[in-house]
Ligand binder design. Sequence first.
Ligand code: BGC
Length: 557
Amino acid sequence: MSGTAPWWRSAVIYQIYIRSFADGNGDGVGDIAGIRSRLPYLKSLGVDAIWINPWYKSPMADHGYDVADFREIDPLFGTVAEAEELIEEAHRHGIRVIPDIVPNHTSDRHAWFQAALAAGPGSPERERYVFRPGRGPDGAEPPNDWVSCFGGPAWTRLPDGEWYLHLFAPEQPDLNWEHPEVRAEFESVLRFWFSRGVDGFRIDVAHGLIKHPELPDLPPRTEPAVLGPLSRREDAEERVRQHVDHPHWDRDEVHEIYRAWRKVADEFPGDRSFVAEAWADTPERLAAYVRRDGLHTAFNFDFLMASWDAKDLRAVIDDSLAMLGAVGAPATWVLSNHDVMRHVSRYGRRTVKRWLANERYEPEGPLDLELGIRRARAAALLMLALPGGAYVYQGEELGLPEVEDLPESVLQDPIWERSGHTDRGRDGCRVPIPWSGQSAPFGFSPEGASAAPWLPQPADWGERSVEAQTGDETSMLELYRRALRTRREHPALGDGTLAWLDTPAGVLALRREPGFVCVVNLSSEAYRLPDHTSVLLASGPVEDGLLAPDQAAWLAV
Ligand code: BGC
């Protein structure tokens, strides 16, 4: 890794789902005080930055993705002063801070939406959002057939007869990005936080801001999107993928917005950077977000959606590196986040399906936790050996599985209600993480907390806590710590390129210079490691130079 390359080309960024990371004030919900108390942990884990899910003032219809005021911190999480202190303390630990920004929509309690409701049809206040009359004789049908990502129609009718667009929950009205005040307001919000020291932003639904001016119906042959655009990867073997001209996802004009945002970031010293949550049909379309005058990086969800299969993973890695490399951007790699089933539980099934952006992942068959952990260990070594940056979702370093048996009575994700109780939603990957002790709240909340954690933690999570895993050389936590340390120290890792070594089907071996090889065995037979001078790190025991199935090793060669 070159010493002069900007940090974001190779950073390992730890995702903090603030509600569920650490609760400082004992109300059962994570907060800024909790994050501050755990900075030494993050430092010892060895991450370069934290991405914090939305912390702004919000009625919490979608746990903070419904923002009522972008310049205030929600009292549940703290204050702007505490956020400033957190940023400063994190910097003292050598950790950068990236909040989430949510430009596609606001909360229905945002002052702008409240003004739009009060002002009525045809008013300039309504032009900042997407209000339309309905179809049909008395306007009783929605203006078009768009669907909400959380289920049901993407339109809600007001008592005055007009409809407003919400690609997510009705409490999240979509903004009209053709309106100059919307553009100016977000640039001002970026400056507000940049001048408070944040190192960048994760951009929520970055591909959704621009809508087709005529708001036409969806193109034929498409199905409701869940989280992301409609992907047309018909044939996994041939990797045939085509871009669909979609009326509200990934429209070309969206890049103008990010060219302007880039200029704002560049006004500030110290390599501020953006990462786009952009779901694109093809790697080429994704690369369009990270051209030199646009955003810096984008999440690479293809890696997360690949099956546990050598050919599939290699194709995703090659496509990503080729397309992003062509525009001079680094790749990023991610296995889990707050919207998807945790990867221990995806991999812990006999069949790990390749998955499409327009689906929620439905696992097949019962969970084999031991298998899931074994593969997750190998996947971590693969991800952290690849050129570019990587994301670690809180709890992944503890090997946490998805909590698949949360009682229905505790489910909070709006998807549960909006889907008419057919989709349990995303709460299973958002359960508060265990820090210490043998019973709930497992150190998540302080002693004597006034409330239980906002989602119940499984009774056996004591054995997965940070305390239980610390110092246990066989634990997931110590594997992540060693991998991150090695990654920092080894000149071959981080930004750069890779070369594949010849291997039998089912085995991946990639070489990085100088002198580093990562081997991952996804086959069902043990594999003899290539010549090496030492094993730097392995996801499981390596005996007689043999790498067991579902294991990975880092070699010095
Ligand atoms: C976030 C989700 C959120 C949605 C609406 C996303 O893609 O990651 O958690 O529900 O945007 O803001």
